[in-house]
Structure formats: structure tokens, C-alpha cells
Write a protein that binds this ligand. Structure first.
Ligand code: MN
Length: 749
């Protein structure tokens, strides 16, 4: 930011300029200063000027211009007071010079030191789109709970850096501008700093899409004359009546921001000439606070006396202010030349809040009880969310950032509790979001809801004015499915946490059951053994294995079978080492003698006598219980079981007929077999989700691998999964076929 520059500058003139800027700051702050404030500001200015005296900005200007400008923005554009001015003047001192936080505290007190500490902490490396950025952002918001002024000064800092972006190299410009549109503009919006937000957005466009910016700006300029003519004709009859009403007022047409017009152009794909809402007409009334509402509606009545309103476009943010504190009455009316015009009606108090946000809101709060809830409850929500994400790992931080950003931009829906208490939720919020908003436990146990006395499911989307009653049950438990339809970050985070907790409990339960069972079986619970168990039951991880036991998807009694088979295998390995395989029948008898009676779980009967003999399943065709199969006696690997439809079957049967033995399945116990399914269909959002849900909802089915291919809207999935038998597989295939968009499900080998 600061590089040494050859001293070709007139230093005396520069000193004058610095003083000039400092006096301007004092003048702007003057109306709000209490005794001693000016002294403190002067001290901060001197400290900052001294600390930065050797430094210059990249533009070559003295560095002190920057803190002075940030302080100026804080006073003039955000409406902050002495503490913030002092902090703004000193904001880069700790980071860029030898001054410490302790020095600041000694000189300016604890409050200023805390704010500067917050500012220094959040200024760390801000890599766009990384988890580091997400984590820093989270830290930055955490400081909200200490003092929201940290964020406000940070915004002033960012605004000045954006205004002076010209002297930065191109890559820095892009990085800083991207960060700005990604985080700072939404943040300004959420804090109700409309003017700051709009300027940040316009500056973003100016640097990232310079051609588009220039183009829109030029067209706005060129069309100004005709637009002004239109606006004057439009407001004339309204003005006449406003004068008659006796309310002091200001009425004007305000062009929308370049960024928002550019957004409209790119979204609608229409040329500039066809975009009509390039401006809004704003009526600002100067009335005492107790007359505000009546005056605004009176003005509304005047406007609609002359122009027909669009009934769908009436927005009353006076009776119910938006969550960022915004109050105004909006209507869209039809002009005489046939185009819709948005009219915003508000008082000068409301206008100041709309432009300056939080601080202005604060200023008025003392004498107005109606405007309380918005910002306070928002900061409360942010704090709550931050505390929930407190332990968060890196991915959690990114996830949090995404959730948070979607919350910043979304609009609200206003609903009521049965007792008539107003709740402001994000647009698209469901009954379940509402339940979680009331209390985590209410959300966790939510079964259904009554909306305006009609029973609705949890996923029901709420509308403005709905009265919502939550129905709970102690049997209810959060599940993954819920995440598909909740929209608020609060509900999302809570559900994820609850599911995690729940899973952990199943894992602990499962581990306990396994430990006990192994003790009964007198087996040592070594890592190796646990790993064998995991593989035996086809689980991907040990936790997954424990989880399935805990959830009773695996009966612990099946461990007995595992032990038996393990011992059989070990015995066989011994035996095969000493003997050579002569004849399947002999081996079979041998094996049967050895442990035939104990291996009652055997499922395949082999040979003329239909004995229970050990076997392995051929890998070429992956037979599963219920398939038509035959046994093939191999030289080295004992009996292999193939499907009759195996591609190798013909060759085996015709050339080695003497080594073929009969085989057939008996009872079908809960052993898993690997089978492959090929699913084809038309691709749509959520298809994979639906397919995997069908599969995992089928008890005892575990997927081993999934490959999905999608080209030009056609979807092909190859899924390998473990099933118990053919009828099990058939049921699954039928269910998969009935999934919307799937047209074929076939088995492959
Ligand atoms: Mn700075």
C-alpha cells in the first residue's frame, strides 16, 4: 500500500493540505461533539500523523490522507461519533507501525483500543474464495458481539480503498473489487447502509467490467433530459396536491444505480432502451414522528388519486420495517404514457435510516419505540449463528459463509406465532424453519404444523401473514431429509449438529454392543479384528460399522457367525496347506467332518448330496443368493460358484464337464452380495439424490461404488451395491424404476 516516493513534492503545501482535510473532519463532526471530544480527536490525528509520517500511499500521497478519509466517511456518510472518529484515525497505526494496542489503550482508553484490536485482527490475509477468508470473515463478524463499530469502520476503510483503487495494479484491483462485491456490499446492505452499498457495487463494476460500466453511465447521461422531462410531467399533479395537504415535502426522481441497471440488463437480456424502471420517484415528508404513518398514507392516497396502482406491488415497510431497519411505503403505478413507475414514500427520518443505516437508526431509537426490533434482532441472530459455528473446522467455515451470504441477500417473510408475536424469517422459509426459530428443541421435535389452522407438513413454505402453530412429538428426530427444505442458516446448522450428535450416539452404542459380544465370544478386540469385522459386514469405515450395529441394521448375534466363518477359514487354510485337492466330494466331506455341524449358516448346498461345503463366489459374474448357480471345482482355489448365465459358463461346462457340480441356495440369511445395476434416465436436478435415497432407505443395502455419467440431459449410473438375494434386488430395481426420470434399470455383471 505504501511505497517510498522521490521527494519532488512541496512538503509545506502538503502539510497545508493535511491540515485542511483535518479541519474539514472537525467541522463535520462538530454538531455531535461533547466537551473534550475535539481534544481527543486532535490527539488521535497527531498520533496517527506522527506514526505514518514516513509512509505514502501507492498513489504517492501522504498516508495520513487515508485515515483522515476513513474518519470523514465514518462521520459524514455513516453518522458515527467521536469514539469511531478516533478509532478510524488510528485504524492502521497498530498494523503498520511500532505502536501497540497497549499504547493505544494508555492514550485513548479501553473502548478505542478494543475497536482497533478488532480492526487489526480482521485485516489479515483475505484470500478470495478460500477457507481462510471464510474464517477471517467469521472472526470479523464475531467482533460484532463486541462492538458493531468495528464493522462500520471496516466498511468505511473499504469504501475509501475502493475509491482510490486506480493506483493499484490490475490484479490487486480485481482481488479487492471481488472481495467487495462478495462480502462488503452485502454486509453494508444488511446493516442498512444503502448509500455505501450502492457505491461499493458501482465501484466493483467500474473496475471489474469497465466497458459495461462506461456504457451504462453514458446511456444514463444521454437519456437524462428526456427522463427529467418525463419525471417532471409525472410529479406535477402529485406536487399540487401535496402542497394543498400542507405537509412540507421533497419530491424527486432518482436514477437507480449503474450496478443495479447493469444487473437488470444482463438478467433480462433486453437493450437499455427497453428497460423502464431506471429510476424511482421518491416523496420525502418532513413531519413529526407521531404524524409519520398518517402522512405517508395520505401521500399514498394522493399518488393513487392520479395514477392507478398495481395492487401486487404495494409494500408497507412502515407498519413492519425490514430486518435491516428499512422503513418506507412503496407502490408501483401506471403513468399516463403507459409505463410503470415506482413511487417510494417516506419521512426524512426514514430516509436517513435508509441511507445511513445502523447509526441513524440508533440516533432515533431513543424517542421511537416502533423501530426497535430490526437491527437488534439481526445482530442477535448473527451472534447466535457465530456461536454455533464456534468450534468449526475449515469446511464448516466455508459452509457458514455461504449460508450467511444467502441470508444477507434474501428478503423476508413475516409470520406470526399463535399468540400473535411477529417473526421475521428468510423468504422461502418452511414450517420447520419457523419451529427452529422459536427454539432448537421445538425444531428437533417438530412433527407438523398448523398454518392458519390447517394442518401442513414440515416442508410447507410460509407466506406473509401466516399464523403458525408447531406440533411436536417426543418421538420425532431430525434427519438428513430435513436439510432439503429448510432455508435459514439457523435451522440448517442446528439440524446438522443434531444429526451428528445422534450418529455419535449410535456409534457409541454400537461399539459397546460389539465390545460386549466379543467378550462373550472370547475374542480380543484388536484393530485387526475390528477391521475384519468391518470388511465382513461390508462397511466402509469402522464408525460406519459401529453405527449400523447401534442402529440395529446389523444384529450383534451375527458376530457368532463371523467367528465361526473366521475359524473355518483358518482351519481350511491349514488343511489346504497340507493336503492337495483331489476331489470336491472328498474335500466336502472332510470339511463337513471338521466343522459341518457348526456352520449352520451356510447357504449353498453343493454336489449330489447337497452338502454344505465351503466355496467362493466367482468374481466374473458375482452370483448372489437366489441366482441359478453351479459349482466348478478348481485346482487351486476349491469350489467356485458361478451363475448359470455367466459368460464363462458355456466354456466351463463344455470343456470341463467332469468338474461341474450342482449347487443351489437354501435359506437366505442376511448376508450381503455384491450386485451391479445400470440405471438410465433423463437427468434432472436431484435425480442422483432420489436414487441414492431409495437405495439407502432399503434396509441392509450398502452402496459400494457409484459412477454417474451425464451427457446432454441423459443420465447413466453404474451402481455396485450389496443385497441379500434376488428378490431383494428385484424389489430395489422396481423401486428405482419408479423414481421420476428413470426409465431403465438393468443388472450388469
Ligand atoms: Mn486502512
Amino acid at each position: 500500500m505504501h511505497t517510498a516516493v522521490e521527494p519532488v513534492i512541496d512538503l509545506a503545501q502538503e502539510r497545508d493540505e493535511i491540515l485542511k482535510r483535518y479541519r474539514r473532519l472537525l467541522r463535520s463532526a462538530k454538531p455531535y461533539l461533547k466537551e473534550n471530544d475535539a481534544k481527543l480527536i486532535k490527539k488521535a490525528f497527531n498520533t496517527s500523523a506522527e506514526a505514518h509520517k514516513e509512509m505514502r500511499r501507492r498513489s504517492g500521497e501522504p498516508y495520513i490522507y487515508h485515515p483522515l478519509a476513513v474518519a470523514q466517511i465514518a462521520v459524514e456518510e455513516i453518522g458515527l461519533g467521536t469514539t469511531s472518529i478516533v478509532a478510524a484515525l488510528l485504524h492502521d497505526v497498530v498494523e503498520d507501525t511500532d505502536t501497540t494496542i497497549a499504547d493505544i489503550e494508555r492514550g485513548f482508553g479501553k473502548k478505542v483500543a478494543q475497536i482497533i484490536d478488532g480492526l487489526t485482527k480482521i485485516s489479515g490475509i483475505f484470500e478470495y474464495g478460500t477457507s481462510q477468508q471464510a474464517e477471517n470473515f467469521r472472526k470479523m463478524l464475531l467482533t460484532l458481539s463486541d462492538d458493531v463499530r468495528v464493522i462500520l469502520i471496516k466498511l468505511a476503510d473499504r469504501l475509501h480503498n475502493m475509491r482510490t483503487l486506480d493506483s493499484m495494479p490490475r490484479d490487486k484491483q480485481l482481488k479487492i473489487a471481488s472481495e467487495t462485491i462478495y462480502i462488503y456490499a452485502p454486509l453494508a446492505h444488511r446493516l442498512g447502509l444503502n448509500a455505501v452499498k450502492t457505491e461499493l457495487e458501482d465501484l466493483y463494476l467500474k473496475y471489474v467490467e469497465p466497458e459495461a460500466y462506461k456504457d451504462v453511465a453514458r446511456k444514463l447521461r444521454e437519456s437524462k433530459t428526456s427522463r427529467d422531462r418525463f419525471i417532471n410531467t409525472f410529479i406535477k399533479p402529485i406536487e399540487d396536491d401535496l402542497i394543498a395537504s400542507g405537509y412540507p415535502y421533497v419530491i424527486k426522481g432518482r436514477p437507480k444505480s449503474i450496478y443495479s441497471i447493469w444487473n437488470k440488463l444482463s438478467k433480462s437480456k433486453k437493450p437499455f432502451e427497453e428497460i423502464y424502471d431506471l429510476f424511482a420517484v421518491r416523496v420525502i415528508l418532513k413531519v413529526p414522528i407521531e404524524q409519520e404513518k398518517a402522512a405517508c398514507w395520505r401521500a399514498y392516497s394522493i399518488v393513487t388519486d392520479h395514477y392507478k396502482p398495481n395492487p401486487d406491488r404495494l409494500k408497507d415497510w412502515i407498519s413492519t420495517p425490514r430486518a435491516n431497519g428499512y422503513e418506507s411505503l412503496h407502490t408501483t403505478v401506471m403513468s399516463r404514457s403507459g409505463q410503470w413507475v415506482e413511487v417510494q414514500i417516506r419521512t426524512d427520518r426514514m430516509n436517513e435510516i435508509a441511507e445511513k443505516g445502523y447509526a441513524a437508526h440508533w440516533k432515533y431509537k431513543g424517542n421511537d419505540t416502533r423501530t426497535g426490533a430490526g437491527i437488534d434482532s439481526w445482530i442477535g441472530q448473527v451472534r447466535e449463528m457465530l456461536e454455533m459455528a464456534e468450534q468449526g473446522d475449515k469446511t464448516a467455515a466455508v459452509e457458514f459463509l455461504d449460508d450467511f451470504r444467502s441470508n444477507l441477500y434474501s428478503e423476508e417473510v413475516f409470520v406470526f406465532t399463535p399468540k400473535g408475536e411477529l417473526k421475521v424469517l428468510q423468504r422461502g422459509a418452511t414450517a420447520l424453519d419457523f419451529a427452529f426459530d422459536i427454539h432448537t428443541q421445538i425444531g428437533a421435535k417438530c412433527m407438523a404444523a398448523k398454518v392458519n389452522n390447517v394442518l401442513v407438513p414440515l416442508s410447507h413454505v410460509l407466506h406473509n401473514g401466516d399464523q403458525v402453530e408447531v406440533i411436536t412429538s417426543n418421538k420425532q428426530k431430525p434427519n438428513e431429509d430435513w436439510l432439503r427444505f429448510v432455508v435459514t442458516s439457523k435451522a440448517k446448522t442446528k439440524i446438522k449438529d443434531l444429526i451428528k450428535e445422534d450418529n455419535k450416539r449410535y456409534i457409541t452404542d454400537g461399539k459397546e454392543l460389539v465390545t460386549k459380544r466379543l467378550k462373550i465370544l472370547r475374542m480380543d478386540m484388536t484393530n485387526e479384528l475390528v477391521n475384519q469385522l468391518r470388511a465382513y459386514f461390508g462397511s466402509k469405515t469402522t464408525s460406519d460399522f459401529y453405527y449400523r450395529v447401534g442402529k440395529a441394521h446389523i444384529d450383534v448375534k451375527e458376530l457368532n457367525k463371523f467367528k465361526a466363518e473366521k475359524e473355518a477359514k483358518e482351519n481350511r487354510a491349514l488343511k489346504l496347506n497340507t493336503d492337495t485337492l483331489q476331489d470336491a466330494k472328498a474335500v466336502g466331506k472332510e470339511l463337513k467332518k471338521m466343522h459341518g455341524e457348526r456352520t449352520d449358516a451356510d447357504m449353498l448346498l453343493i454336489g449330489e448330496d447337497m452338502d454344505k461345503i465351503d466355496y467362493t463366489l466367482a468374481r466374473c459374474c458375482n452370483p448372489i443368493a437366489g441366482d441359478d448357480v453351479f459349482g466348478f471345482v478348481t485346482v487351486m482355489e476349491g469350489i467356485k460358484i458361478h451363475r448359470v448365465s455367466c459368460p464363462n459358463a458355456v466354456e466351463l461346462m463344455s470343456n470341463h464337464g467332469n468338474r461341474i457340480i450342482k449347487a443351489k441356495w437354501t435359506s437366505q440369511k442376511e448376508l450381503a452380495f455384491l450386485a451391479g445395476l445400470r440405471i438410465t434416465g433423463t437427468d434432472r436436478i436431484g435425480l442422483i439424490n432420489d436414487v441414492t435415497r431409495v437405495i439407502s432407505n432399503e434396509l441392509h443395502i450398502n452402496m459400494r461404488s457409484v459412477t454417474i455419467d451425464s451427457t446432454d440431459g441423459v443420465f447413466e449410473g453404474m451402481i455396485k451395491l450389496y443385497v441379500n438375494n434376488t428378490s431383494h434386488l428385484d424389489t430395489l430395481m422396481r423401486k428405482l424404476e419408479s423414481v421420476d426420470g428413470v426409465f431403465d434399470v438393468v443388472r450388469f455383471d
